[in-house]
Structure formats: structure tokens, C-alpha cells
Design a protein around this ligand. Sequence first.
Ligand code: ATP
Ligand code: MG
Length: 447
Amino acid sequence: MNLSLKTVAQATQGKIQGFENPVITGVAFDSRQVQPGDLFVALVGENDGHAYLDQAKKAGAVAALVQDDHQVGAVLPAVSVADTLVGLQDLAKAYLAEVSPKVVAITGSNGKTTTKDMVAAILAQKYQTFKTPENFNNEIGLPVTILSMPENTEVLVLEMGMDRPGQLTFLSQLARPDVAIITMIGEAHLEFFHTRANIAKAKLEITAGLKSGGLLLIPADEPLLTEASELPAETKTFGPEPTNCQETLKETKFVDQGQKFAIPLLGRYNVRNALSAIRVGQAFGLNLETIATALKNFALTKNRTQMLTAQNGALVISDVYNANPTATKEVLQALAQEETQDLVVVLGDMLELGDQGPALHAGLKDAVLAAQPKAVYLVGDLMVNNLGPALLKSDLSQTKIYNYQKNEIDQLTDDLNQRLQANDCLFLKASHGIHLEKVLDKIIANQ
Ligand code: ATP
Ligand code: MG
């Protein structure tokens, strides 16, 4: 990127303060992440970014985007706009138009990050590809992602989050996708949306900015999407996953369109994520063999069924980034097929399920029993009060159950450290709010 203050002012309809004419080579909104040459965007949220102008300058910022005629004085040359968030978004739009890559936009209740990583790994076989870092998927993260893309980017793969109606319309109109994917409609956010039909409607807003002739990919087994009115002309479906998937602890194998695939992940839902990514690869002209090679080696953002090793050599499957009933059952099902290792399961609350939370927690009972763990550690009120009693009513001669409150993570860590054997397989899953990653910090080797 190579921007002048004048270009920034034009893109944001802002006013220039100061006379220098710096060359802007990047954009940052967090002063701790400013790189030399950056434009520092002073966002106003819980913190007021204007308080960090000095710090941004020290870190190498050459200009600032400020709000409400904030006077930067001698600190930095600046462009002043009515609202710096809108300014950031306008700037992203202008840069996107200039670089003009093909855009793939991915939303869905679950599987966005996983699918994004898969799609990017596949398209990188043929194109200069840039993807959303980590989980930068909202009104701030999306423009920042766009502004971080190298100028030679041919395909931009964007994750789009959604927690209220209207949000995806906005993000989609900002990014103007050529391909849009809805991974699935889940139970997440039921607390706010009440019905899955409402969630489906809000997810379909991803087509609001779809370019004319653009492709929409939706799951074949989701009538809330396949039967929706006003789908784009180019709508294709993916899945459901083939019935003969072969799962081991380290990988899942399946056949699609006659091609063998192996993905380094557990859980059939990941096959579904892969199927949509395969369709995108094909839409971009890649052959199935190339796509299979990319999927075999792709690197997933951490803590999503990530395989790790404990200090004592035990296998640890970390799925502590997020949890929902469907995915939790599916990984337990995969683990049930493993006979070689002693299984220890740590399950923390699955949040944001609204009224259905208690029943959905108790509903994990059969999947847990089928996996035949030697121990189950439950963390949080929903697990302890619902899954705990359901398990205790069953025949559990082989399984020990331990209960923990949300604030007893340290105790849980100590107990696991003491009891974990070298030939155990430790599986941890919970919503992010339970912070099971704190357990990992102390159990995993070399951390
Ligand atoms: P977030 O909304 O937090 O950004 P995300 O949509 O990006 O989440 P991922 O990070 O890819 O989702 O996956 C998080 C968890 O969601 C996984 O660990 C798994 O439990 C579950 N998951 C992933 N893909 C699917 C899917 N297709 N169906 C159901 N659950 C899934
Ligand atoms: Mg994500």
C-alpha cells in the first residue's frame, strides 16, 4: 500500500490537518500494533483512540485519522472526519476497489474460520490469496483485513460475523463478494434471535452485496436456506457429508466426486466445511487433485480440534475456542470409534443457547456414554447441573465424574496435571467464555 494524505481525505471525505505529505504504507487502529509508515485510526469505543496518538507516533505512525475536528497539533499530520469508524470503512472500500481482487465471503453460525482457512489454502495453490487474520470478522475487523491485504492480492477470503440483523448487509455491501458461503445455521445466538428461521434470514443478508452473477453456496440439508425466497440465480449446494467418512484421531478421510480427501481434523462437520471449500476451489478453476493436496496440508487457526502433546506425552485435543451441541456430539462420536487410548473428557458450558441451554447440555449424555471416557470433568453451572445429573442416572461403572465451577479452572488444571497418564487422550471443549485455554497453558509441553 502506498497512500497519500490527499487520497485518504478523498476516500473519507475528510479534511487535511498539517502540511507534511507522508507516505502511508499501512493502517492500524491499535497503537500497540502500529508499524512504521502506518496511518493510525483513532477509533472511539470503550477507549478513545485519540488518547494514544503520541504512542502511535512513537511506534512509527506517519499520519492519523481523527474525529470531530480533534486537533492533533504538532503530533501527526491528520485527516479529520465526522466518524473515524466510517472513515476506516470508506478507506477500506476505496483500497478494495483499487486492488480489486476476487472476494470470497464466509458466514454461518459455526465453521467460518475453519472454512476460511480451507478456502484460502486451496485458492493459494493458484492465486495470490489473502485471508482474514484470526477472527477479524466485524465492522472493524473486516475493513482492517481489507487494508492489510498486499497490493498484488488476487483473491481475498473474508470471514463475516453476524450477531444482529443488518450487520451482514453492511459487511457484504462493503466487500462486494464474488462468492458467498453460508456454512450452517446453528443454535448459536438463539438467545438473541429466538428461532433458527430468524438466524437463517439474517445470514442470507450476505447476498446483499453479492456481485451480479455471483455464486452463493449453502448446505443442501438446510431447508431454511434452500427453500428461501429470492436466492441468487447462481445458488449451489454442498453436502451433506458422505456416510462412509473414516475418522481417526489425526484425520478424517472421505470421497467426493470420485476424489479421495484427507483432512487433518476430527469431526464430520469439518467434512461439510471442506465440501463447501472444494466447491469454491472448483468455481475458481482448480482440479480436485490440487484441492485434495491443499486440504491435506492446510493449517487451521489454533484451538479448533487442534492436536497437542501434554508435558507427560499424553495426546491433547484442544477444542476450547467454541462449543455447540452439534459439534460437541460429533467430536465425541469420532472419539467413540477410537479404542487405543484412555479418554479423559473436559466439557465446559456451551453459552448463548437461551432457554434451551439446560436441555441441550443434558442432551450430550448419550454421546459422552458412547465415547466411554474413564473420566469426565464438567465445568460451569450448565454442565454441572444438567449433564452431570443425566450421566449419574446412567450406568457409569467405568467413568468418574468431577464437577467444577467456572472460577475453579486453576483447581481443575492441578487435578488434571496430577491425574493425566502418558497414554491418555485428553479432549477439552467449551465456549470461549469458560476459558479452558488457561488449562492448556499449564498442561501442554513447551508453552
Ligand atoms: P466464531 O463465530 O467464533 O468466529 P466460527 O464460525 O469461525 O466461530 P470456527 O472457529 O471455524 O467457527 O469453529 C468453532 C467451532 O465450531 C469448532 O471448534 C466446532 O466446535 C464448531 N464447528 C465448526 N464447523 C462446524 C459446522 N460446520 N457445523 C457445526 N459446528 C461446527
Ligand atoms: Mg471465527
